[in-house]
Design a protein around this ligand. Structure first.
Ligand code: ZN
Length: 84
């Protein structure tokens, strides 16, 4: 079962939960204050969240790399009729 990280939008409490795919749409409540928690995007050992001041460069770098790759793919598509 996939593990998800949730963060409270009010008190910033963090919860790591295993959830079945069918439970994904169900809201998670904060154990500290009872407010709804938001799911965080996670990679195995890294959290990339553009709203987290600790990771502005990581998210920015990903976007820059992705934009560069898309430009290259567009150029390849125009010149060779394929993305590669
Ligand atoms: Zn909370």
């Amino acid at each position: 079962m996939p593990q998800y990280v949730f963060k409270c939008s009010v008190c910033d409490a963090i919860a790591e939960l295993y959830r079945a795919m069918k439970d994904r749409a169900n809201p998670v409540q904060c154990r500290e204050c009872g407010e709804p928690m938001r799911q965080q995007l996670t990679l195995p050992s890294l959290i990339i969240d553009g709203t987290d001041p600790a990771f502005p460069t990581a998210a920015g770098k990903w976007v820059r790399d992705r934009m560069r790759r898309m430009d290259k793919e567009k150029k390849n598509m125009a010149e060779h009729g394929t993305y590669k």
